[in-house]
Design a protein around this ligand. Sequence first.
Ligand code: FES
Length: 66
Amino acid sequence: MDPQGPVLVEGPVEIVLEDGTVARSDRFLVALCTCRRSRTYPWCDTSHRRRERAQTPPEPEDRIQR
Ligand code: FES
């Protein structure tokens, strides 16, 4: 498990948050946020990716030329 990425679980799911509220999803596969940067927490909104890209910019030869 990547601590900076989502955990994928089979849905539907009910997640009890720290404040006692319950978040529900009826999707067949659900990505749960573990990085706490998601604006749709507890669901992953791919915000975990932004930091990874900033730390490791692509090498010039890896960039796509158009
Ligand atoms: S794990 Fe994807 S936004 Fe947190």
